[in-house]
Design a protein around this ligand. Structure first.
Ligand SMILES: [Fe+2]
Length: 221
């Protein structure tokens, strides 16, 4: 994404410029998470900024770009650091909407604009060696007030479910650090003890098309 200063609201631009400048100078992810948690609070409490962003989506101004497909259908990319140091993403949650339990490819800070965003953190109990199998235990669950943040970590260290237990649409903001090269996320089914890979929409289409092409060629040959 090419986020120019002309399209990103000034308050977001200055938050993101600060992150681009400071995050690479910090020596570990704990320090990076601490910095983002501190800096994100003011952004989350800036109601007029989020009115502007919601208006951009409703009016189709092009920012935020709702047409761009991402991993989750309630997700919009707000900013992508040019060096891949971080990305900033907006999430919209209808009443009662939650993610599956899932993992991540980077550390991340999650903050909420609206009241009562729920986070459930899990611990993975198995060693991951059995294909398609995963055993999760719930570790904690809590809700966040406006302006509050929490964090997640890469792979098995950051498996969680997040969502909106309330009766009105919720708005949250996540900042993710530099991604590893795995190329997919994992969704977990805690009732059936199953785990499944989830690929980005474009990648999934390419994989399916390649697979279908092989079969078509095989069938005609
Ligand atoms: Fe997540």
């Amino acid at each position: 994404m090419h986020s120019t200063a002309a399209t990103v609201p000034i308050e977001l631009q200055s938050f993101c410029s600060g992150c681009s400048e400071v995050l690479p100078t910090l020596c570990d992810d704990a320090g990076r998470i601490e910095y983002v948690m501190k800096e994100m609070r003011g952004v989350l409490l800036n109601k007029s900024l989020f009115v502007e962003l919601m208006n951009g989506i409703v009016q189709g101004t092009g920012y935020p770009d709702a047409r761009r497909p991402t991993m989750f259908d309630n997700e919009l990319l707000l900013y992508s650091d040019a060096s891949g140091v971080f990305s900033l993403r907006l999430y919209l949650w209808g009443p009662g909407e939650y993610t599956y339990p899932h993992d991540h490819n980077s550390w991340g800070v999650l903050g909420t604009v609206t009241d009562g965003f729920e986070v459930i953190n899990y611990r993975r109990e198995d060693d991951g060696k059995r294909e398609g199998y995963a055993l999760l235990t719930e570790m904690e669950r809590f809700t966040l007030r406006p302006g509050e943040t929490t964090f997640t970590l890469p792979l098995d260290a950051g498996i969680h479910t997040t969502g909106n237990p309330g009766k009105v649409t919720a708005i949250t903001l996540n900042l993710y650090g530099k991604s590893n090269q795995r190329g997919y996320l994992q969704n977990f089914d805690i009732k059936e003890n199953r785990v499944q890979r989830v690929y980005p929409p474009r990648q999934k289409k390419i994989m399916l098309a390649a697979n279908a092409m092989d079969h078509l060629k095989g069938a005609s040959g």
